[in-house]
Write a protein that binds this ligand. Structure first.
Ligand code: 2OP
Length: 452
């Protein structure tokens, strides 16, 4: 795709989106919050504490132990002369939350505010006003219940029940929303308003490549129940992808369940493709092959993401002496993402019952997807863009203003359950291109939109 004006189409889309981005300078609160997050992630002691916590999570037996570890690591990071002030504040906040005491200090409140930026509420009920407000502003949502990497079988059961309750709550809340054609039909059929993203590692403990059959069986049963409920409520169930060691188990489970005649006509469901994995093209071809062989009347969504477990994958590869499964060079990764975007949109244009969802905060990647979709002659509603709450809010506003569909991924839950999620977001926050775009104009913007 070059030499035929396609690149100038990409730049035109990029400029169009950038013009719609709220200027960062006009929002001092957002700037201050961003600076604070940069301080947090730039603080080596705090970063080390958070990483250690995320590492030790799977070995904890229960939530009490989890909270103790978090405390311990944060206290360590906070201690001594060179201690981290942010770790001290975070530690006090976690303590108060775990003990269910009201947060008192202004510093603790500042950290809570940071979490609030990413987390929409304690549960679907608390997040409901915001979900409704997003819909009124022309944006649809997917809800994510925090609490991945479940520690016990009982916790997996509780998570599954929370998922079921959330689906019901979403169906109830969204039934009162006004009609919004762009958000409700993509030319392949109706798009359900209730939309839940599920992490399989939250449904069962110790989900790994060599997971005990019992663990997979429990996940299977729970996913089956959720698929049945989603069909009954006319909701969309999206299965998130996590670290690479669980990809094969998750994919096998999802495709197996969706291949059964029971789910031929619903519910609407989908999976995630992580572009940073160097073998993701083969994975995509596998998914498309499955789709061709199992034509369901309910279209299948593939959400293309860059991938959020980069640090984990690199560390695992180094520890085991494996070749890195992820691109380590940013340009190659972005180039691959664009290649996968085109493959997905081509497949849709070929007539597969496929819903491509392009999830990114990179302005160039989004502009490329829109330009390619136009080039294929796809209708504006055929492509969906997705962003994360807190990181992609401005981008979402720009996409809506440009008349395209955007879905906002909204996590709900508490700070302890959400810590791994927050750490992933802190790492991403330092490289958020749409934020840069809001501050650049002219030549600088063109540079940001350059072909990777
Ligand atoms: C994550 O949990 C957004 O699913 C992605 O990091």
């Amino acid at each position: 795709m070059s030499g035929d004006g396609f690149e100038s189409d990409v730049h035109a889309w990029g400029r169009r989106l950038a013009e719609q981005l709220p200027r960062a300078g006009r929002n001092p609160a957002a700037l201050a919050e961003r600076r604070m997050m940069q301080t947090m992630i730039g603080d080596p002691r705090l970063r080390a504490a958070l990483f250690r916590f995320v590492d030790v999570r799977p070995a904890c037996r229960d939530r009490g132990e989890l909270v103790r570890h978090l405390h311990e690591y944060l206290e360590e990071a906070a201690g001594g002369d060179g201690g981290s002030g942010t770790a001290r504040r975070l530690s006090s906040l976690v303590g108060r939350r775990a003990l269910e005491l009201p947060t008192a200090s202004a510093a603790a409140l500042a950290v809570a505010q940071m979490a609030h930026r990413f987390i929409a509420g304690e549960d679907a009920g608390a997040a409901a006003p915001e979900l409704t407000s997003l819909w009124q502003q022309g944006r649809c949502v997917t809800l994510d219940l925090l609490g991945e990497a479940t520690l016990t079988e009982a916790e997996g059961g509780v998570y599954a029940t929370r998922c079921a309750d959330t689906l019901r709550e979403l169906a109830r809340v969204s039934s009162g929303w006004e009609r919004r054609p762009l958000l409700e039909d993509d030319g392949l059929g109706p798009l359900p308003r209730p939309n839940l993203s599920v992490k399989v590692s939250a449904l069962t403990p110790h989900l790994r490549a060599n997971a005990p059959a019992r663990a997979l069986e429990a996940a299977r049963e729970r996913l089956l129940t959720l698929l049945r409920l989603a069909r009954e409520l006319d909701a969309h169930l999206h299965i998130d992808m996590e670290s690479l060691d669980t990809r094969a188990s998750i994919t096998e489970l999802v495709l197996e369940l969706l291949s059964t005649p029971e789910f031929e006509h619903g519910p609407s469901a989908g999976i995630v493709l992580q572009g940073y994995l160097t073998d993701s093209e083969e994975e995509l071809e596998r998914l498309l092959g499955w789709l061709r062989e199992h034509p369901r009347t309910a279209p299948f969504t593939i959400r293309l993401v860059k991938g959020a477990y980069w640090d984990h994958e690199v560390v695992m590869a180094v520890q085991h002496g494996w070749e890195s499964p992820v691109f380590t060079d940013r340009r190659s990764c972005d180039r691959h993402y664009e290649h996968l975007t085109r493959r997905l949109l081509d497949a849709r244009a070929e007539g597969l019952a496929l819903r491509p969802a392009i999830a990114s905060h990179n302005l160039r990647s989004l502009a490329h997807a829109l330009a390619y979709s136009d080039r294929l002659g796809l209708a504006p509603e055929a492509i969906e863009l997705q962003v994360l709450r807190g990181l992609g809010d401005d981008t979402a506003a720009a996409i809506t203003a440009a008349g395209r569909r955007v879905r906002v991924y909204c996590p709900v839950g508490d700070l302890v359950a959400g810590m791994a999620y927050l750490v992933r977001r802190l790492l991403e926050n330092t490289s958020n291109d749409s934020f840069l775009a809001a501050q650049t104009t002219g030549a600088e913007l063109e540079l940001l939109l350059e072909k990777p």
